[in-house]
Write a protein that binds this ligand. Structure first.
Ligand code: PLP
Ligand code: COI
Length: 339
């Protein structure tokens, strides 16, 4: 194993040895190809470049104490990429080829899987885009799928330490009937202004509200939101947020730990009733929220007053990460060992 400072890795790009590519042409997908280049040769009129015909996924490989590498609910990522492809009229990448590409890219980059207990993981980034040339606004007839990996540390620098969030009212990430439910690049481009404003103000990220009424919580930058009170896990239901696989899992875990769960619209004012709050996602894992500032109302919602994550959040975090790492049995059948 190469010597990396695993404990200090940022959530960023590090070159690894290989990536996998595959091209859809003449109505069918070709073979998976291994590349050692970090670059792609792309047509100047590719729809992915001009019209945002692009979708991606994010999942992680976890090294267990038993030396086995585990994937968490990869089929959900495969299905979501198909849904995103359909949402912006791209060719779907088949589930069986998605699995083969994941296994291959992990095997070829095994030395980059961070060791058990390091706090780092191997982030896997599948990408699908229109690589065929068009000038009119219409779907390409050629698509490229690729997947690369990169070892990462926590998305929010503070890891499991509480982060502060800024409510955003002057930028919409996604419209109710738009592409918010798909994992397409345009949503992230739309979020950048707000994220930079939040960071410039000293916040970790932005809480987006529903675009139509600005009454309800949508999501937290690249993560879903949850709040906890009276043993209830409450998370927003919205037409414009990404259906987080982590959040879906936390809802089931919360239920299995005896908590009630609610997935429904969450009005901004309800923030004052939560005892704990957090952001959840593959990259974020669970990031407890310390404070949320609403600049329009000049109001601060405060959690974790002692600077520590709340006990319910920690229970959820420990259960989720123990299943992902293989420290605890996986009663849900979520984990796949990469043989
Ligand atoms: N919301 C957005 C906008 C995201 O980019 C992500 C990350 O994928 C999530 C939520 C969390 O989703 P998941 O738990 O499937 O990673
Ligand atoms: C993930 O959690 O996998 C994401 O895709 C977040 C990413 C946009 C940083």
């Amino acid at each position: 194993m190469e010597k990396f400072d695993w404990g200090c890795l940022p959530f960023g790009y590090m070159k690894t040895d290989y990536n996998i590519r595959c091209v859809y042409r003449n109505g069918k997908w070709g073979k998976l190809e291994v590349s050692d280049s970090e670059y792609i040769d792309i047509h100047i009129a590719a729809t992915g470049l001009h019209y945002g015909q692009e979708a991606f996924e994010g999942l992680k490989a976890y090294m267990g104490n038993d030396g086995k590498i585990r994937l968490f609910r990869w089929e959900e990522n495969a299905k979501r990429l198909i849904a995103s492809a359909d949402g912006i009229k791209m060719a779907a990448f088949p589930v069986n080829m998605f699995r083969e590409a994941l296994f291959k890219v992990i095997h070829l980059n095994k030395k980059f899987v961070p060791p058990y207990g390091s706090g780092a993981t191997l982030y896997i980034r599948p990408l699908l885009f229109g690589s065929g040339a068009e000038v009119g606004v219409k779907p390409a007839s050629e698509y490229t799928f690729l997947v690369f990996v990169t070892p990462v540390g926590p998305y929010f620098k503070d890891g499991i330490k509480p982060v502060n969030m800024l409510i955003c009212r002057d930028v919409d990430r996604a419209a109710p009937l738009g592409t918010g439910i798909y994992k397409v690049g345009g949503n992230y481009a739309a979020s950048m202004r707000a994220i930079i404003a939040a960071r410039d103000g000293g916040y970790s990220n932005t809480i987006f509200l529903d675009a139509k009424e600005k009454k309800y919580i949508d999501e937290c930058g690249p993560a879903n939101f949850f709040g906890i009170r009276d043993n209830i896990y409450i998370t927003p239901k919205s037409e414009s947020i990404l259906n987080s696989i982590t959040n879906m899992s936390l809802i089931e875990i919360a239920g299995s730990l005896g908590m009630k769960t609610e997935r429904r619209q969450v009005p901004v004012e309800e923030l004052s009733s939560f005892v704990e709050a957090g952001a959840c996602g593959t990259a974020a894992v669970i990031s407890p929220i310390g404070k949320i500032f609403d600049p329009e109302k000049n109001k601060i919602y405060e959690y974790c007053k002692d600077g520590k994550p709340g006990s319910e959040t920690m229970k959820l975090y420990n259960k989720l990460t123990s299943i992902q790492n293989g420290d605890e049995p996986d009663p849900f059948g979520w984990v796949t060992i990469v043989e």
